[in-house]
Design a protein around this ligand. Structure first.
Ligand code: SF4
Ligand code: SF4
Length: 249
């Protein structure tokens, strides 16, 4: 597959997109007065919730935790909460923090997950951005090596940050995950508490957070599979999060 691309500066990717942030970027977002959304998904040690070929990538960006009698792996995303235009987008569709914009803003429209191929049809970029410009992908390979380096940095940050994110979540009482493929749990932490906890965790030696995770799932059939594996499933009404279902209605 060959794909040409040239950003036309339409600013659509800066609207209604929660931008995943590294831990350092999330702290910066808090310092700037922005809101972070915490998105959580996990899978079980027996593989429930995960296609086999995705296991290595998913495991490397997850933290191994306990849920009831089961081993589980939880991936935690801190993202800029962008409902409508990003707080840094100006009237001319230019980024006010361009020189220090997050890694993911530099990578879009490329994918970070190696199991998700670039699909222009589902990207915000208008047709003209795909009609001219330099080759982005030639023969299925990304051409721009600088961009490839940014993608690698983003993947590495996911791996480097995950244990600290788990410790931060434990202190913020974020302990319910969705099952990968079934949905996400989404939290909007108080940002001054979020910043304080990040700084606190940064000053401590990292130990595995001791508290267990529980699963919030979309229906009784999936709950039955999770329970059969020995993991814990909540049936409580969520108090501090929303469940975003990925299940077709
Ligand atoms: S930080 Fe800048 S580039 Fe990133 S979404 Fe916001 S306005 Fe767009
Ligand atoms: S949506 Fe695509 S073309 Fe528009 S600003 Fe973002 S990257 Fe550029």
């Amino acid at each position: 597959m060959n794909t040409a691309f040239s950003c036309v500066g339409c600013g659509k990717c800066c609207n209604d997109h929660h931008v995943p942030l590294t831990l350092t970027e999330a702290r910066m977002w808090a310092a700037d007065g922005g809101q972070v959304i915490v998105l959580v998904e996990g899978f079980l040690g027996n593989g429930l919730g995960l296609p086999v070929q995705q296991r290595e990538h998913a495991e490397r960006r997850s933290v191994e935790v306990r849920s009831g009698a089961s081993e589980a792996f939880v991936a935690i995303t801190f993202a800029a909460y962008n409902v409508g235009p990003c707080r840094n987008l100006d009237e001319d569709n230019l980024c006010r923090i361009y020189e220090r914009r997050p890694l993911v803003c530099r990578i879009y429209p490329m994918e970070i997950n190696p199991h998700i191929p670039l699909n222009p049809a589902i990207k915000e970029c208008p047709p003209e951005s795909w009609e001219k410009g330099p080759d982005l992908i030639l023969g299925g390979e990304l051409v721009d090596q600088e961009l490839a380096g940014l993608i690698q940095r983003s993947r590495q940050a996911d791996r480097d940050d995950i244990r600290a994110k788990d410790a931060i979540c434990a202190l913020l009482d974020i302990r319910t995950t969705a099952l990968k493929g079934d949905g996400f749990t989404a939290y909007l932490p108080d940002m001054s508490a979020f910043a304080t906890v990040i700084d606190h965790v940064a000053q401590q030696p990292l130990t595995n957070a001791s508290s267990d995770w529980q699963f919030h799932v979309s229906g009784d059939d999936i709950a039955g599979q999770v329970l059969a594996a020995g993991a814990e499933v909540t049936t409580e009404t969520p108090l501090n999060y929303a469940f975003i279902s990925l299940r077709a209605a």
